[in-house]
Design a protein around this ligand. Sequence first.
Ligand code: SAH
Ligand code: SF4
Ligand code: F3S
Length: 458
Amino acid sequence: MSKKKLFIKTYGCQMNAYDSERMAEVLAPLGYGVAAEAADADMVILNTCHIREKAAEKVFSELGRLRPLQKQKSESGGRMMLAVAGCVAQAEGEEIVRRAPFVDIVLGPQTYHRLPEMVAQASRAAGVALVETDFPVEDKFDRLPESRTASGSTAFLSIQEGCDRFCTFCVVPYTRGAEFSRPVAGLIDEARHLVAGGVREITLLGQNVNAYHGEGPDGATWSLARLIHRLAEIDGLDRIRYTTSHPRDMTDDLIDAHGTVDKLMPYLPLPVQSGSDTILAAMNRHYTAESYCRIVDRLREARPDLALSSDFIVGFPGETDQDFAATLRLVTSVTYAQAFSFKFSARPGTPAAVLDAQLPEPVKSERLAMLQELLGVQQTAFAETCVGRTLPVLFERPGRYAGQLVGRSPYLQPVHAEADPALIGRIVPVRITECHPNSLAGVLPSSPVGDALMKECA
Ligand code: SAH
Ligand code: SF4
Ligand code: F3S
C-alpha cells in the first residue's frame, strides 16, 4: 500500500511523457502512488519544456499556482515536495531556484535515475534546493528500472537521447546533450515486456530518431531501419512508428523499410521548418526544399499510402516575403495530413537568437495565420479522403459516450465508434463515416470480421 502521493505534470514532447512514466516507476519503491491532482500530492514534479518562450513561462506560472498549496500543506503539518525536471530545469536551473526558492529539487533529463536519492536527501533537508543538472557519464537508461508495466495498448519507447544537429533556433542540443543511442538488446527487451503487457503499438522516440546508431547484439552499429526490421519480428507487436526525424538523416535503408515492413505505419512526421533555401541554410538544416521534396517522393514510391506531417517555423530572423512564399509553395506541392507550426521564438543561448533582422511580432503572426489556414485546408482534405474507407483501428479506451470506444487509425487520427469494450487493445476494421476537425467517426461492419475485410483495410 502506498502511503505517499505523487503528481507529475508533463509539458513538451513525447520524450518527456516517456520520462515522466519512468520517474513514476523509479519513485514507486519509495512508496509513492499516483495522485489525481496536485492538491492531493505529497510530491509534485513539473516535467518541463524549453522549446519556445511560452513553454518556459508556463512553468513559472504553474509554480506560482502550486506555492499556496504547498504553504497550506505545511501549515497543516504536512509537506508538499516540489521538483522541476525536464528541459527548463536543465537550461535554467539557477533561475528556477532564484525565482521560485520554494522548489525543493531541480533535475535535468539525464539525471532521473538519481531521483530517489535526491528525494531522500530533500526529505531530510527542507528549505535547501537540490540542483542536479550535470550530464552524468553513466547512462540513465541503465540505471532506471529494466522493464515497466504496460498500461494500455500503445506505448512510447525512447531509443535515443540528445541531438548533434544544432539547428540554429533549437535548445535541444543544450538541454538534452549530445546524441546517444541506446543499445539494441535493451530495446528489444523493453519492447518484449511492453508487448507481453498488452501493448500492440510502439512509437520509437528520439529528438533526431533517424540518426539512431545503437550497438547491436552482434557488436555492429545498427541503423534505425535495422532496429525496425528486428522489432517487426516480435509476435504481438502490430504497429511501429518513429518520431521525430530529420530529413537529412532519411537514409536509403529507412526509406526502403517503409516499403517492406508492413508493421511500419504509413504516417511520418518529417519536419521541414521552411521552404526557403536561404532560411534552411541559416537554420543549419543541411537540405534544400528540392532535396526534401525528393525524399518525400521516394518515401511515397516506397509506400504510396504514406501520409506526412511536418513542423514549421515562421518569422525566422531575416525571413522575407519571398522566403515565406517559398514555404507556402512547398506546402502546396507536398501536401500534409497534419502539421504543427510556430512563430520563431528567440531562445537564450542559441545562435539564431542573436541574429540581426529579428522580425516584428505582427509579421510573424500574419504569416502564421496564413500558413495555418493552408495547412488546415490540407488537414481537412486528408480527413475527407478517409471517409468511406475502411481503416484498421487500434481501440485504446472508452469514448466520452456510453457504448463508444476511441482508437487510432494508421494515420494517428483518433477514431470514435460504437463497439464492444472487449475490443479495447484489438485492431478492428472500421468503416469511416464522418470526419471532424481533429477526429474521425465510423462504424464496425456488421459482417463478421473476416480476412476479406482486413485486406480491404489500408
Ligand atoms: N527534433 C525535431 C524537433 C523538435 S522541436 C526535429 O528536428 O524536427 C519541435 C518543433 O518545435 C521543431 O520542429 C520546430 O518546428 C519547433 N521549434 C523548435 N525551436 C523553436 C524555436 N526557437 N522557435 C519556434 N519553434 C521552434
Ligand atoms: Fe533541434 Fe531537431 Fe534540430 Fe536537433 S534536429 S537541433 S532537436 S530541431
Ligand atoms: Fe521540449 Fe525538451 Fe522535448 S525542450 S520538446 S521537452 S526535448
